[in-house]
Design a protein around this ligand. Sequence first.
Ligand SMILES: [Ca+2]
Length: 503
Amino acid sequence: MMTQRMGPFRRCHATINPKVYMDNCIYDLCVSDGLHAMLCQALEAYADSCQEEGVTIEDWRTSARCPLPCPKNSNYTTCGTSCPTTCNPAVMPPTCDPKACVEACECQEGFVLDLNECIPQDECGCVFEGLLRGPREVFWGDTTCTKRCRCDTELRRPLCQRSRCRHGEECRVEGGIQDCYPKSYGTCAAVGATHYETFDGGSFTFQGSCVYRLAGVCEKSQELVDFQVLVQNGHEEDALSSIALVMVKVYGKTIVVKRDHPGKVMVGSVDVSSCSSTPLPSMGGGQEAVVETDFGLTVTYDWQSQVLVSVPSTYSNALCGLCGNYNGNTEDEMMMMVKNDSVTSTPGDHWKVMDIPGCMELSKVECPQRGQQPEEASQMGCGLLHQADGPFGACHAHVDAAKYFQSCVHDSCLFPHREEVACPIIARYAAACRAAGVSIGMWRTEDFCSELGPAAGSGLHKWSGMSKGSPRPWGGEAERWESHPASCLVPSPLVQWPGTLLR
Ligand SMILES: [Ca+2]
């Protein structure tokens, strides 16, 4: 084929004598026992030499049965360009000659070369200040978070516009990623049947067994993802009992955790906790349901008596509910609840969202037999908080125990025959001590506030499936649902997994 006068190499004969290549070919085939690959190699060597000299050769691979293996989405051609379209046209090989004709695998229509692969053009990234950015990637174009950029796949370059961090956020690097992060987080707690600690640090007692808004967005804004956390206390024989139900409403979904169903976290009729495959490190030994969202809301419920809501500082002054408005001022928590026409309104009047048959509210929380109670309550366990030589002794100088003791006595008085009402309040003080960096002694025993409550064995369930693209007004991300790294697999049909939707 090399020497054929009418063959594919005929134009090359005058430039490069095929004889040497022919002799080498015969020798190679001879020693390799006629291996076909040797023939292809020899023909390719001659073809390459011809093309290097600028001679156009014709297709020899078909008749010699030496196909050039081409990667996916590309076709073989004897005369292709040495300057193929790539994702990044600015970076061309220095040898590229636009007029040269080379044997090549050319990307099909709509595909471009990227690292020896032909990929769809719209999957190309962008180069920004020497760094490669993924297609449609949204990133900060400066170190102070004032320029937001997006890699445009059609233009194959980033488009930037002025932006800034939201109220309550600051620009910093976390885990190697520069972004706007909340300056701080606010935490609110509902403990036992009657105690509430607001985001601003206020506390009050309120008893009602209807469904109430614990926290939720009241000052709606495009920049904040709307959510609501609702709670309901249980009631048994005309008496209140601790939190029986926690509901988180976000992204059009309602997540329900019930005391009567320890270990379960329901989204509609689907229990999403049962899919937890890897047990999470237990936090403080408790058994808790943790609902986390991508915008920083965390709701924790121990299936017994304590609900914690944590929100990033972006939500300051935008919330309302029993947890308060999170504006940094403790004084106005109750004022928000006072309606213009009624000075005597109660938290229940204001934040009740649903009546449950038989649900009730006690406007005044008073212990009927105040006076003789503290002593009795001390015997029932509250005294543990005060004992100088008790498990909390080391904490007294750091966190005032008086507030917790009062709450404890209060609840012990309200529920005189239920020793366990003291447990969540003591646990709350224990948590406050730990948060202040004080190590406390063992206070739970087998007979008193035993760790093994109704949720025994259920472990800690963390479900962080609720997530959506960045709510920033800039960029197309808000339209796209994203899965979030989740320790729990969310079963279909509600959510496809592994997948990207929660529609
Ligand atoms: Ca406030």
